[in-house]
Ligand binder design. Structure first.
Ligand code: BJW
Ligand code: ZN
Length: 253
């Protein structure tokens, strides 16, 4: 993994693009949280080195092995509650305060953007805030608190198993969030794509929509992705926690 910073001229180019753009939209994935201590899904230290995706992040997986899935979410919830946003989050908050227009689309469920004071966060894959009945008995979302994990799997008052309110493979994304994300991809003047492997649809299609309109994309990722070499992408190879503060320095001094 690349740990150095991209060259000063690439940082300056990104800073110029941000300064010049009107509607700037940010789209983040698991790599954004990596330096705060949240493991990514794929790659060297990804969750799915140990588990198969379909055993954990699917309805079938929850029905087959609810205790394992809840153990996994319990660990992640605890980590997310204890962890703090890194300097990259505060850099994004700074750009948002400066430009006033920086809607942020995220695939992450960890709430770290909000913890750093970033506003207008569009959560495409739900969140770890609540859980609901797997059999849709209609009970309202149950807050995901520690007591939920005393006996696994946690159950709804109707006796069915609860599920975290995140979007699992094969499920539709929240309609309003997805519509807004597509509208932003259709109308933005710049998109910054940070810390995603670009393999999960439909989030991965957003920067492609932007590029197809002839609008630029800035990618921040230590690894190359399918987005990196596309025409119109400025690819900054580095970690979000160091690249974003450098961009802020270049924009605001
Ligand atoms: C750094 C860094 C640092 C490291 N700084 N960067 C065939 C069959 C069935 C379905 C499909 C199919 N083909 C396509 C589909 C659709 C499917 C899909 O895309 N599957 C692909 C895997 C092929 N998508 C869906 O099912 C979605 N729903 C949907 O499309 O509905 C319509 C439909 C239904 C049925 C059939 C077809 C269409 C739903 C997707 C839900 C994804 N859910 C998860 C779990 C969410 C809950 C949770 O968090 O627990 O979302 S899966 C997991 O992947 C999670 C993530 O949000 C998501 C994306 O991962 P992300 O963020 O990109 O992370 P990584 O780990 O992959 O990458 C990290 C990156 O960070 C790397 O690039 C690193 O280099 C980088 N990095 N350190 C910056 N310091
Ligand atoms: Zn129920």
């Amino acid at each position: 993994m690349i740990t150095e910073l991209p060259s000063g001229s690439l940082i300056a180019e990104a800073a110029d693009m941000i300064e010049a753009a009107g509607l700037t939209v940010v789209s983040t994935g698991a790599g954004m949280s990596r330096e705060s201590g949240v493991r990514t899904f794929r790659g060297e230290d990804g969750f799915w080195r140990e588990y198969r995706a379909e055993d954990l992040a699917s309805l079938e997986g929850i029905r087959k092995n609810p205790a394992l899935v809840w153990e996994w979410y319990g660990e992640r919830l605890k980590a997310c509650q204890e962890l703090e946003p890194h300097a990259g989050y505060y850099a994004l908050a700074r750009i948002q305060n400066g430009k006033g227009i920086l809607p942020l689309i995220t695939q992450n469920v960890d709430g770290l953007h909000q913890k750093a004071g970033i506003k207008d966060v569009i959560e495409l894959h739900g969140s770890l805030r609540t859980a609901s009945c797997l059999d849709c008995c209609g009970a309202p979302g149950v807050p995901m608190t520690e007591d939920l994990f005393e006996e696994l799997p946690p159950r709804c008052s109707c006796g069915s198993i609860l599920r975290p309110d995140v979007v699992l493979f094969g499920e539709q994304l929240p309609e309003q969030a997805l519509k807004r994300a597509f509208r932003l991809a259709d109308s933005c003047d710049l998109m910054m794509v940070i810390g995603t492997s670009m393999v999960v649809y439909p989030a991965s299609s957003l920067p492609l929509i932007v590029l197809r309109r002839g609008v630029k994309v800035i990618e921040i990722n230590p690894e190359e992705t399918s987005l990196s070499s596309l025409d119109g992408t400025l690819s900054l190879r580095g970690a979000a926690g160091s690249v974003l503060p450098e961009i802020v320095k270049a924009v605001y001094g």
